[in-house]
Design a protein around this ligand. Structure first.
Ligand SMILES: Cc1ncc(COP(=O)(O)O)c(C=O)c1O
Length: 384
């Protein structure tokens, strides 16, 4: 057989999605891949039924159906204060996953360097490599997963085309402060690099923290490229709706990448999702409160295991230190947990560039009864 592309030798299949398959195989409670086991808002379900009987069954405009882009621009303006022209600043994509691929392919030439904080959401390294770029890693230091400003400055000094900022962060739950984002933006300005943000958890941030939109900071206009998604905000990870938001010049190029990658996001789902984008502010505060309750409940379960963890400031993941369990590595621990405890998490090493075997990542985007059932099983860890 002819050789396949050497680009693909630089990364493995998704460990997260692999853990989901293992969980299904063993009937374990799946706290690995981050998706809810509860329904989207009723308004979206009703709009979906209506869309099924409507006309939107053929290709939409490749960079997004006009009605969807208008509603999206209004919603972005409402929360970030950034003026978004639906015809100039947006490309609608198949989730934030495609948005990130589009952003990287638009920004990077082969051989360019892209800074990725480690630990990182596993797509970023693969996206950089697939776009011909080379990821360079800057550590986020536990327990609060802060970055060291000198280390970041040094990474920029070697020449960089872009930096990826996941805010709020998966897997660490870190929420970047205004000061941190301004610092990153200043370095990007100095070195003429893009700041590519990934913000699907913008509405899942726990008090006293607040989400700061990098796109709203002074100097962001030509430099910040936002990748975002409706997946988590409206509990519709299967609808595959996301977007890139950037300057008109960047978007003009990004549209081409998107067009040849996927043509477009599903037309009837764009139509139906408008109902979500128009939900009132109370929906978003309700979402935040809902996840704050889930967080308290699940962290309470974790405390009963006696294992230590970093409390997430945002998103719905928690990194649990499993080193006291005495496994040779985190993969062995995670597989044992699926088989013997009945709860699936993700081996933390899949998020780290460094050799780090200390963590398993769980998520808590589940109904209360699912979290309580998982908690009961996890309590066996305390009993040894
Ligand atoms: C940080 C981050 N970015 C992107 C995604 C993928 O989002 P989407 O469903 O919009 O492709 C996820 C999903 O878990 C995520 O955690």
């Amino acid at each position: 057989m002819p050789a396949t592309s050497t680009r693909l030798h630089g990364f493995t299949e998704s460990v997260i999605r692999g853990m989901t398959r293992l969980a299904n195989q063993h009937g374990a409670i799946n706290l690995s891949q981050g998706f809810p086991d509860f329904d989207p808002p009723e308004e979206l379900l009703a709009a979906l039924e209506k869309a099924a009987r409507g006309p939107a069954h053929q290709y939409a405009v490749t960079w997004g159906a006009p009605g969807f882009r208008v509603a999206l621009a209004d919603k972005i303006r409402r929360f970030s204060g950034v003026e978004v022209d639906p015809d100039a600043h947006l490309v609608v994509t198949c989730g934030s996953t495609e948005a990130m691929m589009v952003a990287m392919m638009t920004a990077c030439d082969p051989g360019d360097r892209v800074i990725v904080f480690s630990p990182f959401y596993e797509n970023y390294a693969a996206d950089a490599i697939l776009s011909g770029a080379r990821p360079v890693y800057v550590p986020l230091h536990p327990p609060d997963f802060a970055f060291d400003r000198d280390e970041l400055r040094a990474a920029f000094a070697d020449g960089v085309k872009a930096i990826v900022v996941c805010n709020p962060s998966n897997p660490t739950g870190k929420v970047f402060t205004r000061d941190e984002l301004e610092f990153i933006l200043r370095l990007a300005e100095e070195h003429d690099a893009y700041v590519i943000t990934d913000e699907p958890y913008e509405h899942i941030v726990y008090e006293p923290h607040g989400h700061v939109y990098a796109s709203a900071l002074p100097g962001a206009e030509q430099r910040v490229v936002v990748c975002n998604s409706l997946s988590k905000t409206y509990s519709i990870t299967g609808w595959r709706l996301g977007y890139v938001q950037a300057s008109p010049e960047f978007i003009a190029q990004a549209r081409k990448v998107h067009d040849f990658l996927t043509v477009g996001a599903a037309a009837p789902l764009q139509e139906a999702a408008i109902a979500g984008l128009k939900l009132p502010d109370e929906y978003y505060s309700g979402l935040r409160d809902l996840y704050a309750r889930k967080r308290e409940l699940f962290l309470g379960c974790l405390r009963r295991t006696g294992l230590s963890f970093t409390e997430p400031q945002g998103a719905y993941y928690v990194m649990v230190d499993i080193s006291p369990l005495g496994f040779a590595n985190d993969t062995a621990a995670a597989e044992w947990m699926v088989r013997e405890i009945g709860v699936a998490g993700v081996p933390g090493s899949s998020f780290f560039r460094e050799s780090e075997q200390r963590y398993i990542r769980f998520h808590f985007a589940k109904r209360e009864e699912t979290l309580l059932a998982a908690g009961e099983k996890l309590e066996r860890l305390a009993r040894g």
